[in-house]
Ligand binder design. Sequence first.
Ligand SMILES: C[S@@+](CC[C@H](N)C(=O)[O-])C[C@H]1O[C@@H](n2cnc3c(N)ncnc32)[C@H](O)[C@@H]1O
Length: 243
Amino acid sequence: MLARGAAAAGLFLIMEALSGSLPVPAYRWFAAAFGALLLVSCGPRLVTAQTERPVSEPYTGSTNIFEYPGRDQRLQIDRVMDELQIQAGKTVADIGAGGGWFAVRAARRVRPGGRVYAVEINDQFLETIATRARREGYDNIETVLGEPGDPKLPKASVDAVLLLKTYHEVADPVALLKNTRLALKPGGLVGIIDRNGTGGDHGLDRSVVIKEAKIAGFELVRSFDFVKADEQDYFLIFKATAS
Ligand SMILES: C[S@@+](CC[C@H](N)C(=O)[O-])C[C@H]1O[C@@H](n2cnc3c(N)ncnc32)[C@H](O)[C@@H]1O
């Protein structure tokens, strides 16, 4: 509200300066400069036309809904991990980890010697994951508080990343993917499992994901439909393009 008011005041000052209604030229320069400063610092955030699309509200309900019986089989999560080359000793990031459903499966798979970063923007979910990891004996899960455009992962640290039913909620997807790219070790893979949709309906068309990943410096290496029998969900695997 305050920011919008300040931005409007900035625009008003610029228009006044341009209209020549201020009597002294020095006042005009000052009004234009101050107005521009207000507009730039308080105006709406600009996103490129390439990524302007609806984004779903991040899920904040109970994480129990991700733990339903048969989810391993429906998603064929072992095959997903095979395709992402998740094996003993590897480092994996689960971005949008929710209650840690995938993080614990990956943590089991990378033993011994491997680790999992469970990344969330919701700090309550991170507490849930930390408690769960302690209770279930996974000392190789590290929780990370990310930002909408940055998973806050160490540079060149991960072999594989999975965004499971999360990408449609990411508010700053190209920035998130660019930062994820920096976190990958050479040859690292990024998997995205999601459902076709508009972005605002808890799904996003795969063509949009591929387009945004390309902008962020990724190329599609494989595309699958096995992750759910309803043929709505897709599983895409990307690798960083040579820079
Ligand atoms: C629908 S839930 C899926 C949870 C989990 N991946 C699963 O399938 O069991 C999506 C999660 O992504 C998280 N999220 C949304 N945007 C995010 C971002 N930019 N970085 C990390 N997590 C994000 C939300 O807080 C939410 O917990």
